[in-house]
Structures are given as structure tokens and as C-alpha cells.
Design a protein around this ligand. Structure first.
Ligand code: IPD
Length: 289
């Protein structure tokens, strides 16, 4: 039977607010935190407690749906065609650990492996992004009561030298992919005379979901990241597409990325979108593994 996406959306918003209360009242401590693959890959007790609350609530309400969450993920958990909640309890754990108030609860739903509902909530700034496939993307924050995205009529994009670009270093700090990032970021920023694209600036909000939502809103033009996971992009993917933006892959020619492929580029709505994607792909120095 068809999934009632509106009902899922409304339920996810309730859960996002509950999770937000857990996050804003928590006090992350070094003692209650740990590292995963290295010292730049953090997890806190709050990530785990929020995921537990979210997965329990979702399993109770939607017992037949699958669940994939950052803190309980195992490499054998592959995405199937079944309706699947893809959840990051805290996207921006490093920010949370440092009390830097940019993070979100990220709740997505895929059907047939495509993102169809997305709810992203930053409880510190009280910013809520939501979208249902085919029904538009919305922002609710202290200044906007459910405004449709993008925030304004998108300006045409001429080339990268007119763009504000987001990238993230992620937690990989050596090896081939790290080197590709170093060289790519250098080229994006460098002057035209030295072969660069000379973008207006580089931003890293510290949350893949919030970077992608900022592209959806039209605050950023492009966001490129390799190494993040399905739960870092699933929810914002719907927001992006419903706002007229496009999700593609990190490399030349990858126009139809999978939600779990771990290499993504988000580009905002507007004339010139395709040209910006192609110019960016041309700046990628080497091949991500
Ligand atoms: C991380 C954030 C960060 C991105 C990393 C993600 P987490 O998610 O989205 O911006 O660079 O790749 O893993 O660990 O805070 O949920």
C-alpha cells in the first residue's frame, strides 16, 4: 500500500522537536564522548540517546519500515526498496561537542531508494527545513513562518567565480581522498592567473544536511563533499530538489547519484546550474577512491 507521506512528514516534525529538546538540554562532556575511526570522528552520549528515542518512536509508529541510523549502522545494512527511515540524530557532532550552535536532527525517508520526505531541525537556531516529494520545500525559523524555498527568485549563475561554495574536510585526514580534497580546494580558491576558479568564498557549516539546505534556500550556490553518509544527505536531498536544486555526484558525468554513494554535490536552483556542475567537476583534481 502507498505510504502516506504527509503523515510521515508530520510525525517526523514531532520527533525532531523532541530530539531538539534532548540536544539543547544536554551538556556534552569529554567523559561522555568518544571517537570512532580517529580523533576527528566524534560521537557523544547524546547522539546515542537521541538515536534510541528516534528509532523507538519510529518502530512503534511504522513497524513495517526499515531503519538506518548513524549510530547503529553496520556495513551489512544495505538500502533496499522498502520504505526506510534514514536518520542522523546529530548531524554536526563536532559542532555539538564544541558548543558551536550549528547542527541538526536529520530525519529522512526513502521509498525505492529515493529520498521522499526530509525533516531537518537545528534546535539552537530554531531552524526547520521540511519537504515532501512533489510538494515543495519549506523553511520555518524565527524570521519566517513556513516560507517556500528558495528564499528569492534565483539569480542566474555564470561561473564559479560568482559563487559561494561549501566544502567539508570530513574526518579523513590522510590518503588519496584527502589529497584530492586539498588540491581541489586549492584550485577552487586560487586566482584565475594561477589556474584557479577564484570562488567568492568557501564555507563549512559543519553539517552536511545544513550545507545542503543552505544551497536549497539559495544562501550557498554549491556544496561538494566526499566521505559523508546516506544519513548526512538523505533528508536535505528532498529539500534541495523541491527547491529546484539538483544533487549530483563528485565526479564528471555522475548526474544520477545514489543516496548511499558517499560522494555528492548539491547545486542551487537557477539558470546556469548545469554549467556550474560541469565547471566544478573540471576543478576536481584526481579521482576519489
Ligand atoms: C558529519 C557532518 C560533517 C561532514 C562529515 C559528516 P556527523 O556528520 O555532516 O559536516 O563533513 O562528513 O560525517 O558525524 O556530525 O553526523
Amino acid at each position: 500500500s502507498a505510504v502516506d507521506l504527509q503523515e510521515v512528514h508530520d510525525f517526523l516534525i514531532t520527533i525532531a522537536h523532541k530530539a531538539g529538546d534532548m540536544i539543547t538540554t544536554a551538556k556534552p562532556t569529554a567523559a561522555g564522548s568518544g571517537m570512532k575511526k580517529n580523533s576527528a570522528d566524534l560521537v557523544t552520549e547524546t547522539d546515542q540517546a537521541v538515536e534510541k528515542m528516534v528509532s523507538t518512536s519510529l518502530k512503534e509508529q511504522y513497524p513495517d519500515f526499515q531503519f538506518m541510523g548513524e549510530e547503529t549502522y553496520k556495513p551489512s545494512d544495505t538500502l533496499t526498496d522498502a520504505p526506510t527511515f534514514i536518520v542522523d540524530p546529530i548531524d554536526g557532532t563536532t559542532n555539538f561537542f564544541h558548543a558551536y550552535p550549528y547542527l541538526c536532527v536529520s530525519l529522512g525517508l526513502t521509498v525505492k531508494q529515493k529520498p521522499v520526505v526530509g525533516v531537518i531541525y537545528n534546535p539552537f537556531t530554531k531552524t526547520l527545513y521540511t519537504a515532501i516529494k512533489g510538494q515543495g520545500a519549506y523553511l520555518t525559523d524565527p524570521w519566517h513562518e513556513r516560507v517556500r524555498l528558495p528564499l528569492k527568485e534565483p539569480e542566474p549563475m555564470q561561473d564559479l567565480s560568482h559563487c559561494l561554495v561549501a566544502v567539508e574536510w570530513g574526518s579523513d585526514r590522510d590518503g588519496n581522498d584527502y589529497q584530492v580534497k586539498v588540491e581541489t580546494f586549492r584550485r577552487l580558491c586560487a586566482s584565475k592567473e594561477t589556474g584557479g576558479a577564484m570562488v567568492h568564498g568557501i564555507r563549512s557549516l559543519g553539517s552536511a544536511e545544513l550545507n545542503t539546505c543552505a544551497v536549497a534556500a539559495g544562501m550557498l550556490d554549491v556544496y561538494w563533499e566526499s566521505g559523508c553518509w546516506a544519513w548526512d544527505v538523505c533528508a536535505a536531498w528532498v529539500v534541495l530538489e523541491e527547491a529546484g536544486g539538483r544533487m549530483v555526484g563528485c565526479h564528471e558525468g555522475d548526474w544520477e547519484p545514489r543516496v548511499d554513494q558517499r560522494r555528492y554535490m548539491a547545486v542551487r536552483a537557477g539558470e546556469g546550474q548545469k554549467g556550474i556542475v560541469e565547471e566544478f567537476w573540471g576543478c576536481v583534481q584526481g579521482r576519489l577512491e
